[in-house]
Design a protein around this ligand. Structure first.
Ligand code: AMP
Length: 222
């Protein structure tokens, strides 16, 4: 059980480790992990209207339009499991989304906001993304081809998981380049946006996931 309300945003380039860290932090804080990327991939897999619209943007590494993503976040944050806090992963990604989020949190009476910016060198980002393999099963595990027996089509190594590993379509070289470019143009300005509001903490995102998780938790707890 969390000792107080933690409303956390994880910022960082694609491949900075937001998904891995958000999952670990959410477990530590007993708060829901909200990934707009996961919600969108779910919509694509289910073939919904939202999914069909989003797929074209996602496959080439572009951002899904703000109004669609803002509506997703608004609906998710209004659910009762967010009343005692949340860990946002991949939202906001533009200043317009950050402004919309600010209004949502005001409406819901949620404060304070803590923004953790995971910093990782660009070469390392490219290495991580191009070698990343995900589990399509319930564990949702994130692996890297540098690890033993990790490749597309292999069985998920997590105990009790019957999922199979795959590569995200947007983890191909061209989409990675586009995503990094989009990140620099549209998402990096959020570092200043939240920095000016005094809620940003930079956390080095290199090293073992467990030690990064320790730094993230320390940053969040202040
Ligand atoms: P992620 O799993 O966070 O890397 O997101 C994968 C893709 O989903 C992104 O490259 C975008 O196409 C889309 N996406 C996820 N979150 C957002 C967002 N907040 N705004 C716009 N597009 C998003």
């Amino acid at each position: 059980m969390a000792d107080r309300e933690y409303n956390v945003i994880l910022l960082g380039a694609p491949g900075a480790g937001k998904g891995t860290q958000a999952k670990m932090l959410a477990a530590q804080l007993s708060a829901p992990h909200i990934s707009t990327g996961d919600i969108l991939r779910g919509a694509v897999a289910d073939g919904t209207e939202l999914g069909q619209t989003a797929k074209g943007y996602m496959d080439c590494g572009e951002l899904v339009p703000d109004d669609l993503v803002i509506a997703i976040a608004r609906e998710r944050l209004a659910q009762s499991d967010c009343e005692t806090g949340f860990v946002l992963d991949g939202f906001p990604r533009t200043v317009e989304q950050a402004e919309a989020l600010g209004e949502m949190l005001d409406d819901l009476g949620r404060e304070p906001l803590i923004v953790v910016n995971l910093t990782v060198d660009e070469d390392e980002i490219v290495r991580r993304l191009s070698g990343r393999r995900l589990c399509n099963g319930d564990c949702g595990g994130i692996y890297h081809v540098d690890q033993e027996d990790i490749e597309s089509g292999a069985a998920c190594p997590a105990e009790g998981c019957d999922g199979q590993l795959y590569q995200r379509s947007d983890d191909q070289a061209e989409a990675i380049r586009e995503r990094l470019d989009v990140y620099k143009r549209q998402t990096q300005p959020l570092i200043d946006y939240y920095g000016q509001r005094g809620v940003l903490v930079n956390v080095p995102g290199e090293g073992e996931p467990q030690s990064i998780a320790g730094r993230v938790l320390q940053a969040v707890r202040g």
